[in-house]
Design a protein around this ligand. Sequence first.
Ligand SMILES: [Zn+2]
Ligand SMILES: [Zn+2]
Length: 254
Amino acid sequence: MRLRVLGCSGGIGGDRQTTSLLLDDAVLIDAGSGVTRLTLDELRRIRHVFITHSHLDHILALPLLMDSVGTGASPLVVHAIPEVIAALRQHLFNWMLWPDFEKVPTIKAPFLHFAELAVGEVVDLDGGKITAIPAHHGRPAVGYLLQGKTGSLLFSGDTASHDALWQAANACTDLRYLLVECSFCNARRAVAEAAYHYYPEALLQDMARLKPGVEVWISHLKPGGEAVIMTELAAQSLPCGLPRALEPDQNFMV
Ligand SMILES: [Zn+2]
Ligand SMILES: [Zn+2]
């Protein structure tokens, strides 16, 4: 499987786009503003979207995506934990912000289908598997583990420090890549804690537990704070090596 980074910033401005990852041609992980970089043909090949949580920066392209892909014979399948699906139904696809595409054009043949996921449930994909892993973000949220033929990649989603992420990483025998968020610099620790995000001191403490041999890539850096956060993350040498900032259009093969 090939994972292409469409957006990996904690905000917008210039080239910055919010979280979205394209898995091969047909699967998205999160639907932040990074989705807008795809061509219409690329958009129309998307059949599945796995959502980490309902925050706007991870779903904002989803309603507009419906208008680009909602013409085919089969619905777009949006996979998420039940609390996230409930939030999307109640607050987004409610006719007020956007049409209820579970009923458009008809209830029998809608453009949108929600598929409930449980944490730990393995979903088969073309060429691999995807599993929701726990996250700690104040609201119901998950990360995702991708297991391909040549190795695995773990994406934290939005999260503050929690054991389950590092247990999942260390338990994965063929883990090659960890994509983990670090939204704020140490000086903004109070904001990070209030919003359930990582900041360098907390992430370095957790990364020290990660086994060697895993490449660590940092996502969700808040606009303007990128250089300071990455400098603070370089302050300590770790068994896993120096983390690097994730970039749009970066590709990972697993
Ligand atoms: Zn969030
Ligand atoms: Zn976010």
